[in-house]
Design a protein around this ligand. Structure first.
Ligand code: GCO
Ligand code: MG
Length: 408
């Protein structure tokens, strides 16, 4: 069996999904997602200029050998652009393998460990009252877990995770007016003074059952993060995400020494080597990698197994930039993983998105019910794809009030 061709499409409804389709001489094809938010053309170029020409003629069933060929063959290791490109190929090869087996992908990992996988949504408000409405919206829709972010009094309205319009339950960070980022202002003192009380009010309002998550988005220094984690302990968060930038992994020890709040890190990691210290030293409770920029199913499955040895559960990244293809790959891992925790879930769910990626996965009462179709259980409509093309966009950048550049 041989790979005969592969194509890359960049675009989508309000997004720049990077979708890979690998064709074979037996008519079976596989799909992958290489979307790297706001840098989408780069993994697309890696795929087109180097990887695809090297795939033609290879046996698609040898996904491990192809992964090793891409990773070791690159010489320069790791990095989100390369790992996103490898990840898309790897997903597509697993899709082909499962279609050949006539089985849903999770069967090739060891079958289902659960009937549904719990997800969390993003609740957001310009202020705490707006956030309360947004949480109520998701609770009514059946979600058991909600990530909560709101505007901080005294800080400009435009801020990470904060919707400006009421009823705007979907807040997306990409600004499609061009590649020059907007600038936002961050004030750590205001955040530290306000957020613990706001989280406590949310717990009071919604009771003990709701799983409440909060994302600090890498903005605190280690000592500040330890203070914050200690202050929010009575709220019993499901997790506190990215309290500090995890480049310095020793920093997490300080938080651990001061608080038992569960910590989730890893959405910007792209290899098992980035996760190793945090997992082996048991400094985190949830690992947030994604099959897209962490090298696909082959590599993420290794991370999941390492995590399982150290009581670390999964909480895969599922920001709106992930296409239904990678979310499907994660749905299969979530159905299988013995150490599954939760899945971030923000698939657009619009008629346009469903027309581009017809799928059999379902979301019922805050749980993803994985598809039983052979393969990933998601398709790609190439005719629909002709309606879309790449749109330049950007993430904001953040500065402190005095102009110092900070972590977005
Ligand atoms: C999350 C993330 C995202 C990132 C985004 C960057 O927890 O979902 O923090 O919102 O900001 O994926 O492209
Ligand atoms: Mg995050």
């Amino acid at each position: 069996m041989k790979i005969t061709d592969a194509k890359v499409f960049v675009g989508g409804p309000g997004k720049n999904y990077v979708t890979l389709k690998i064709m074979t001489d037996q008519g079976v094809y596989g799909l992958g997602d290489a979307t790297l938010n706001n840098r989408e053309t780069l993994p697309a170029a890696y795929l087109k200029d180097y990887l695809i020409p090297n795939l033609i003629g290879r046996d698609p069933r040898n996904s491990e050998d192809i992964w090793q060929f891409m990773y070791r063959g690159a010489y320069f290791r790791r990095g989100p652009i390369a790992m996103a490109a490898f990840g898309a190929i790897d997903m597509a090869l697993w899709d082909i393998k499962a279609k050949l087996a006539g089985m849903p992908l999770y069967q090739l990992f060891g079958g289902k460990s659960r009937e549904g996988a719990m997800v969390y949504a993003h609740a957001t408000g310009a202020n705490l009252e707006g956030l309360m409405d947004s949480i109520a919206h998701y609770v009514e829709a059946g979600y058991k877990a909600v990530r909560v972010q709101c505007g901080i009094p005294g800080m400009p309205a435009e801020s990470y995770g904060v919707a400006s319009a009421k009823e705007d339950h979907k807040h997306f960070i990409t600004d499609f007016s061009g590649i020059r980022p907007k600038e936002e202002i961050w004030d750590t003192d205001r955040y530290l003074n306000y957020m613990p009380g706001a989280l406590a009010e949310i717990r009071d309002r919604f009771g003990s059952e709701l799983k409440i998550l909060h994302d600090v988005h890498h903005r605190l220094l280690p000592r500040e993060a330890a203070e914050f984690a200690k202050a929010v302990e009575p709220v019993k968060l499901y997790w506190l995400e990215d309290p500090t930038p995890a480049d310095d992994q020793n920093a997490i020890k300080l938080i651990r020494q001061h608080s038992t709040v569960p910590i989730a890190i890893g959405e910007v990691f792209n290899s098992i080597w980035d996760c190793q210290q945090l997992i082996e030293q048991e400094l985190i409770d949830y690992i947030r990698v994604a099959v897209t920029y962490a090298g696909g199913i082959t590599h993420v499955k290794r991370i999941v197994d390492l995590a399982g040895l150290h009581h670390v559960k999964t909480g895969f990244h599922g920001a709106p930039s992930h296409s239904p293809v990678s979310m499907a790959a994660q749905a299969h891992l979530n159905a299988w993983a013995p150490n599954f925790g939760i899945q971030e879930y923000l698939v657009l769910g619009t008629p346009e998105c469903d027309a581009l990626f017809p799928s059999n996965h379902q979301m019922i009462n805050g749980m993803v019910i994985v598809s039983d179709e052979p393969g990933l259980g998601v398709d790609f409509n190439e005719e629909e794809a002709q309606r879309y093309s790449y749109k330049p966009g950007s993430h904001p950048v953040v500065r402190l009030e005095d102009g110092t550049l900070w972590n977005y």
